[in-house]
Each structure stands twice: as C-alpha cells, then as structure tokens.
Design a protein around this ligand. Sequence first.
Ligand code: AMP
Ligand code: MG
Length: 334
Amino acid sequence: MKRALIFLFALLLGIAAGLTWLRLRETDGPAIYNRVLMGTLWSIQLPSGNSAQSGEAASRAFREAARIESLMSEWKPDSPLSAVNAAAGRGLVRVPAELREILQRGIEYGRDSAGAFDITWLGMGNLWQLDADFAPPSPEAILQARSRVDYRKLRIEGNAAGLPEEGMAIGLGAIAKGYAVDRAASLLRESGVVDFLINAGGDVLASGERNGAPWNIGIRHPRGASDRLIAILGVSGAAVATSGDYERFRIVDGIRYHHIIDPRTGLPARGCQSVTVVAPTSEEADALATAIFVLGPENGLALAESRQGVECLLVDAQGKIRQTAGMEIIAERR
Ligand code: AMP
Ligand code: MG
C-alpha cells in the first residue's frame, strides 16, 4: 500500500515536472519543425514566436503538403495522377480541379521552355531509375522511349484529363514540391505566421525576415563536399530552388547519369552541373530550375531574363558560374 502511494506520488511529480518543462519550452525563441514528405526532409524554421500555436501551424502546413503528395504523386498507386497514367491510351479520366490546374501549368512550362521541361518525361522513366542495378540504356531503347514523351499530347477537357498512347506517363517531380511549398506557406500565413523559412530538400521559400534582415540561403557547390558553398543569397519574400546533377546519379565508365532528362535527346541533360532560380513562387522556381538545367546556360539564362521577378545563378558543365544581370549575391564563396 505504502509502496503504491510512493509510486503514485512519484508519478504525479513526474507529470507536474513534464508540464512545467512543456510550458518553459513555449518561449519566444526560434523553432524548427521537421517532417519527411515527398521523399525528402522538410523543415519549417521560425526566427521567433516558438509556441504551441506555431507548432500547430507547422503541423497544418505539413498536412497540406501530405495532401498534395497524395494527389500528385506518380509513385502512389491510388493517387489521381496514377489514375491518369494507368488509363494512358484508354481515354480521359475525371481529375480533381487542383491537379488539372497544375497539369495545365506544366503544359505552359513546357511551351515556355520549348519542350525542355516536359511533365510526360515519365514515359522514359523506366530507363532512368538509377537504382543499384542501373545500366545505361541502348540508343534503340532511348529512341523508342522518347516517342512516349510529348506534353503537347496531354488532353485536358472539362473536368477530365488523359494521355492518348499506352506507355505515356506523367511525373510531376520537377514541380509538385514547389507547389506544395507555396501551399504550405499559405497555410502558415493564414495561421498568422509571417516570418518563416520553408526548406523542402532544396526548394526554399523565405517569408518576411529573420531578426530584421533577409534570410540567408547558401547555394551548394555541385562538386565539393555537401557543406561547401558557391554563394549566399539574401532573400525575403521569394522562393529559391536548385536543380543539380549531384542529387541523384550513378557514374558508369566515368559518365555521370542523373535524374534530369533532356526530352530532346532522351539522355540526362549535359549543359549544367547546377541551376539555382529565385522566383516569386516556389512552383515557378522549381519548374524553371529544372527547365533551365535542361536548356543549358545560354538559352536557360535567356529564359530567366525574360521573366518578371526571376533571377538565375548556374554552374555550367565546365564548372564556371554564370548568372542573370539582376542576381544579387551577398557573399561569394567560389
Ligand atoms: P528537380 O529536382 O526539381 O530538378 O526535378 C527533377 C525531377 O523532375 C526528376 O527526378 C524527375 O522526376 C523529373 N524530371 C526529369 N526530367 C524532367 C524534364 N525534362 N521535365 C520535367 N520533369 C523532369
Ligand atoms: Mg524543379
């Protein structure tokens, strides 16, 4: 009996200490919330205002990103996007408005980049899995696979969408994460959070300020150690995305095969090592970084120059850094 009382007392004491600790944690200090989503680590960073409410706001933002993932993932068999892919060659299927809209914008990025950006790239995705038993595909296999890639064939009619040929498939890996970051940012703002940085595995959105100054965003050296930077950008109220050939790759016989495919050759794009884009939205930064990577330095920088509020910093195939005229760098680390 006495023992039971002592145990109960200790338990209550433990609960009280736990509650006090939780309250103490609710300070006004900085906070970082992490979650694995869309196959990458997401973090939401707040310079101040750490509280139960900001934790709840971050959770809502993560839930929104998870919702978008279940809508737009080509890897989840039950996603509406997978339904479109499964029906390729057999007509249109009903598609939620939000997915139709991103497909439509995907088509527009295709048009704006003269086909360098192509959401139907997944028609040759089977050649470029880059897993442990990867072997470079034969020229015949590439030629055949290329015929399955053409965003202009994607039909969107009324509330339905579809691909006309069997074997065609859509993959939104170059744009959906950016869109999800924009949506997560909207939810944070709706919750009253003004100053924050979202980083979804390299897709970054900087809102407001960090202690009265722009957020600092380091740009990784494409060949150096992962903490070696080529530049630091000061960003406030804009998005930054980087596409690089070091993110997913295999080297076979001295040749680097990576995950950004040039639809015109059917091979990994060769013009750049990394492309960083600053843009008004994370979706635009994400899509343009991939598009510019495929276009290569000249045409890619011209595309960035042609768009309002867009700047670009890239490392070309020779390792040379090139940038748009308006690109502002606060520190160079070349
Ligand atoms: P990112 O990391 O944003 O550059 O996106 C790369 C991902 O986009 C790849 O892993 C593929 O899922 C997809 N992708 C590859 N090549 C293309 C392309 N030419 N156009 C659109 N998406 C692509
Ligand atoms: Mg992208």
